[in-house]
Design a protein around this ligand. Structure first.
Ligand SMILES: [Ca+2]
Length: 248
């Protein structure tokens, strides 16, 4: 009696333990599935948020641009004609002109059409390291970009320290041509531009692939001034939804 009861109890406990172990396995699997699902939902939400932030940034840039334009062109049509954003990393000035007693307080102004952006000012330095990013919205890559260096003055009008122009058509062409970036080794030079009489290049300018991005380095020789060069780097920021680059 005792043994039978014990055996029955042991058999019932063994069956319950096997069913509880399989149900705990299912619970475990489910919890993993839920975690995976939650994780992918989080990633999706992050991507959505990032896309929304980019769109908001684009929108505010375009609105600012439209306001500045004052030409009544609607924001929507500008959004449609927008190819993307061009980030101009203004690295440094080299051997710039002296406009104060011994030095200058240089800053850079970049203009494209009616867009106007400027870097911070570096006090008393004719070899300034600005390391400032200026972002232009690009609708027509054939519009030249003009860069002017000024000497900041407190009580008088800021003096000019030279200017230079450059175009982004070759850079855009490289972006259009090379959409299979994962197949190109890091550091590959995609295009070279030589200095000549019709451009403001001080030396050969390279368009190359670095860390999955196509960049262009330019050293601009300043004109309308006795001396000075400005080093910049171009980086394209793809705009989600832009039809300019098929693979993006
Ligand atoms: Ca000054």
């Amino acid at each position: 009696m005792l043994s039978s009861s014990s055996s029955s109890s042991s058999s019932s406990s063994s069956s319950s333990s096997s069913s509880s172990s399989s149900s705990s396995f299912i619970v475990y699997m489910l919890s993993i599935l839920i975690e995976v699902e939650k994780e992918s939902r989080n990633l999706f939400q992050l991507a959505v948020q990032r896309r929304r932030r980019l769109r908001a940034k684009m929108h505010s840039l375009v609105v600012a641009y439209t306001k500045e334009e004052g030409n009544g062109e609607s924001t929507t049509s500008l959004m449609e004609s927008l190819m993307g954003l061009l980030r101009i990393h203004v690295k440094r000035g080299v051997n710039l002109a002296v406009r104060d007693a011994r030095s200058s307080d240089p800053y850079v102004v970049v203009k494209m059409g009616k867009q106007r952006l400027k870097t911070r000012m570096v006090k008393r330095d004719v070899n300034p390291e600005w390391n400032d990013d200026l972002t232009l919205s690009i609708t027509d890559p054939n519009i030249p970009i003009k860069l002017t260096v000024y000497d900041h003055d407190t009580f008088t009008k800021d003096d000019k320290m030279g200017d230079a122009e450059f175009e982004v058509s070759s850079y855009i062409e490289a972006l259009r041509k090379h959409t299979n970036l994962e197949e190109i080794p890091n550091g590959t030079v995609l295009s070279r531009l030589q200095p000549n009489n019709s451009n403001c290049l001080a030396e050969e300018s390279l368009i190359y692939l670095k860390d999955g991005k196509i960049l262009q380095d330019l050293v601009l020789r300043l004109g309308n001034v006795e001396c000075g060069e400005v080093e910049i780097q171009l980086e394209w920021i793809h705009f989600p939804g832009s039809k300019t680059f098929s693979s993006q």
